[in-house]
Design a protein around this ligand. Structure first.
Ligand code: FAQ
Length: 308
């Protein structure tokens, strides 16, 4: 009976809500995807956060602070969505720190210059939007609703990055070279954010059937390439791919082969910055332990007082 209600809800494109019956595997898949997404937002604060003290002007510093703060907000929002499925936030954080849960591969690359901040906004937030706008129609209600607000902020972030890069491109020869170098380093990892190719994606078929995902990894990757090429032209940078060209038959851009061994390596913990990212997160967790304890003690005291 409840299984039929679940199937009908998905069929009618309606939302599954926290108290509804759902298959165990649906719950587990949602917790996995939401937790990975939340971890990505929190770990994703680090690459740009490293530039807050070194931003070239007060205006850029204020913008960057606000953006990184938004990412913390997205993470907390998503952990709350995971909690509606019975997950525990402390437990999810432990799994992240112990390497038992994943976060996006993209945050395991270093930010070498301030142009990286702009390119993260343009390409990484651009890819995130491409992937997340369809998730506003994801079948799990709390996740879909969280995505609406998150996408609004991400599109603001993307424009922030693009505006930063346009400013640098109007600057000196050295600044233009800095932008090009950042694009060269971030382009391919951005394409990898969409996940393995469809033929190697174990979760896509079931997640599409449950309408958790609305498009496959390759469909979204293609959409991102098509969107980025004219933006690169307007900016005046070259995307580092000799095979990138318009295909009139397909009405899409063809692009070169992605090095999937690199994605596998980075996901399995062996990317350029994996160890630093996790060590930083672990340190923050340990240093924040007293705050959590104090907050819990305060809440307990209030509960006691209310019960008297
Ligand atoms: N990195 O079968 P599939 C952001 C894993 S937020 C690491 O295709 P699925 C905002 C995958 O989990 C960025 N792992 O999996 C921001 C699975 O692992 P498992 C995060 C990856 O779930 C901007 C295995 O490989 N966004 O950027 C990656 O159907 C700027 C097999 O893959 C989201 O999380 C990867 N790139 O599709 C913040 C969006 N790709 O557990 C700061 C929501 C795949 O089975 C600054 N998530 N894996 O062993 C999704 O849309 C999906 O989970 C995909 C993967 C598309 C990421």
């Amino acid at each position: 009976m409840s299984e039929q209600v679940f199937a009908d809800t998905i069929e009618k494109d309606q939302r599954i809500e926290p108290r509804d019956w759902m298959p165990d595997k649906y719950r587990a898949t949602m917790i996995r995807q939401i937790a990975q997404h939340a971890h990505s937002e929190i770990i994703g604060m680090q690459p740009e956060g490293a530039w807050i003290t070194r931003a070239p002007s007060l205006r850029r510093k204020a913008i960057l602070l606000a953006k990184v703060q938004d990412e913390a907000g997205h993470g907390l929002y998503l952990y709350s969505a995971a909690e509606t499925l019975g997950a525990d936030r402390g437990d999810l954080t432990r799994r992240l720190i112990e390497g038992r849960q994943k976060y996006s591969s993209i945050f395991n690359y270093p930010t070498l210059t301030f142009a990286d901040v702009g390119v993260i906004g343009w390409l990484v937030d651009g890819a995130a939007i491409c992937n997340q706008v369809p998730l506003c129609r994801s079948s799990y209600g709390p996740y879909a609703r969280a995505m609406i607000r998150i996408c609004k902020e991400e599109s603001f972030h993307q424009r922030q990055g693009y505006e930063l890069l346009m400013t640098m491109m109007r600057g000196t020869e050295a600044q233009r070279a800095m932008v090009q170098d950042a694009v060269d380093r971030w382009w391919w990892p951005s394409l990898m954010m969409f996940g393995p190719p469809d033929g190697d994606s174990p979760n896509t078929a079931q997640s599409m059937a449950w309408k958790i995902k609305r498009h496959t990894n390759d469909e979204l990757r293609q959409r991102f390439v098509d969107m980025s090429v004219p933006q690169a032209e307007a900016l005046g940078v070259r995307l580092p791919d000799d095979d990138l060209r318009w295909n009139a038959d397909r009405e899409h851009y063809d692009f070169g082969a992605i090095d999937w061994s690199e994605l596998k390596r980075v996901i399995s913990g062996d990317g350029p910055m994996n160890a630093e990212r996790i060590a930083h997160r672990r340190r923050a967790d340990e240093e924040g332990a007293w705050v959590r304890e104090a907050a819990a003690a305060h809440a307990a005291k209030k509960r006691e007082a209310a019960a008297k």
